[in-house]
Design a protein around this ligand. Structure first.
Ligand code: NAI
Length: 396
């Protein structure tokens, strides 16, 4: 098939297998160029391992620290006449590179919220690795079926209390326009907490502990975001922010359950980056476009892989996590630097459709978005036929 981007709103319904493989190779090169991570993780379970921050965590652990990795994700396999999802092709490429490097890598494609997948993964983990020393929890999902009750919860991205009016970016056209988002109603908040809060993280860690699948001093890390005041009504103080507060509640509870092992649970606050999950959040893409411009000019811009490499290398592996007052790791530190935020805030006030190209990095936003799906990578002939039925070796 000849594969080209088909963008519908904030998603791309196609993905290029060779482009995704090139994207994986680039991320591996970033980590390898930085050299081995001293005292890095050795046996790692990544829940949400196929795209964005979870994928970058898997790559950083494997290629920075020679870690054996088990990855869990929910992706669409490719067929000869139909594209699979980017996360499928990423995982296929990751496993091939891991095999070349002599690294153990096994993947599970299914609903991480279900008891079935938890049981399958833990059985494989016990059989193959015995125990893991690190568990990364990096799911981003619009819905969750509760494993015990069968109830389906749906997360929403809404402000809490009152409507929120803001500048917003139409990422398809580049137009900057005003939007008003109505506040959460009914049980929107509880539904969002049920999907994106800490309940499922807790179920995973409880199940791993019950199976004696966590090594002494095991760490588990889940990801969160805080960001600037401009996005607080839709993020930090919105429905998703309530879910992230719940994640912190569970982090404190997990700290207690891991203490007998000498283990630790962390919430790491990461940088705002273009991923499949973040492109769905209103207002955030405009902020990201302005942020990228400032941070690229400063030379401090990072993508998921640089963020996750820094998380392992500088915070988790060398005993200097540098938690904030609330006990969170802040790998968003460069984003939140006062002068970076002051510049973004200044530009936020005056940004419009006409000056977006000058004040923001909309081209960078678009290119990052396309790269998520394997488009725009160097060295790929996008006019050539490609095999869309690529297999993930451990799932073949
Ligand atoms: P993403 O959309 O790139 O990745 C989501 C992952 O979850 C994929 O591997 C997907 O297959 C997996 N997944 C979704 N539903 C699943 C299910 N039912 N069963 C198994 N796997 C499933 O998202 P991203 O942005 O990497 O987000 C990961 C975490 O990082 C989230 O907690 C997010 O809030 C957080 N974060 C994201 C930031 C951003 O700017 N993108 C910033 C800071 C934190």
């Amino acid at each position: 098939m000849i594969v080209s981007p088909k963008i519908r709103g904030f998603i791309c319904t196609t993905a290029h297998p060779d482009g995704c493989a090139a994207h994986i190779a680039e991320q591996i090169a970033v980590v390898r160029n930085r050299g081995p991570i001293p005292n890095g993780p050795k046996k790692v379970l990544v829940i949400g391992a196929s795209t964005g921050y979870g994928l970058a965590s898997r790559i950083a652990a494997a290629f920075g620290s020679n870690a054996a990795t088990i990855g869990v994700f929910f992706e669409k396999p490719g067929e000869p006449d139909r594209c699979g999802s980017a996360g499928w092709y990423n995982s296929a490429a990751f496993e091939k590179e891991a095999a070349k490097a002599g690294l153990y890598a096994r993947s599970f494609n299914g609903d991480a919220f279900s008891d079935t997948i938890k049981a399958e993964v833990i059985a494989a983990l016990k059989a193959d690795l015995g125990q893991v020393d690190t568990v990364i929890y990096s799911l981003a999902s619009p819905r969750r079926t509760h494993p015990k009750t069968g109830e389906v919860f749906k997360s929403v991205l809404k402000p809490v209390g009152e409507p929120f009016s803001s500048k917003n970016l139409n990422t398809g056209t580049g137009a900057v326009h005003e939007i008003t988002i109505e506040p959460a109603a009914g049980d929107d908040i509880d539904q969002t907490i049920a999907v994106m809060g800490g309940d499922d993280w807790q179920l995973w860690i409880d199940a791993l502990l019950a199976a004696d699948a966590l090594a002494p001093n095991a760490q588990t890390i889940a990801y969160s975001y805080i960001g600037p005041v401009e996005t607080w009504p839709i993020y930090k103080n919105g429905t998703i922010g309530r879910a992230k507060e719940d994640l912190e509640r569970v982090q404190r509870a997990l700290d207690l359950s891991l203490a007998p092992l000498g283990g630790k649970a962390w919430v790491s606050v990461n940088k705002a980056l273009v991923t499949q999950a973040s492109s769905a959040i209103p207002v955030v893409p405009l902020y990201i476009s302005l942020l990228y411009k400032v941070m690229k000019e400063e030379g401090t811009h990072e993508d998921c892989i640089e963020q996750m490499d820094r998380l392992f290398r500088e915070r988790l592996a060398n005993g200097t996590p540098q938690p904030d007052d609330a006990g969170r790791i802040r790998i968003d530190d460069w984003e939140m630097t006062p002068h970076v935020q002051a510049l973004v805030a200044e530009r936020w006030k005056i940004v419009s459709t006409e000056n977006l190209a000058e004040l923001g990095d909309f081209a960078g936003y678009q290119s990052s978005f396309l790269r998520l799906f394997g488009f725009g990578l160097n060295g790929i002939d996008y006019s050539a036929e490609t095999d869309t039925s690529v297999a993930v070796p451990s799932l073949a």
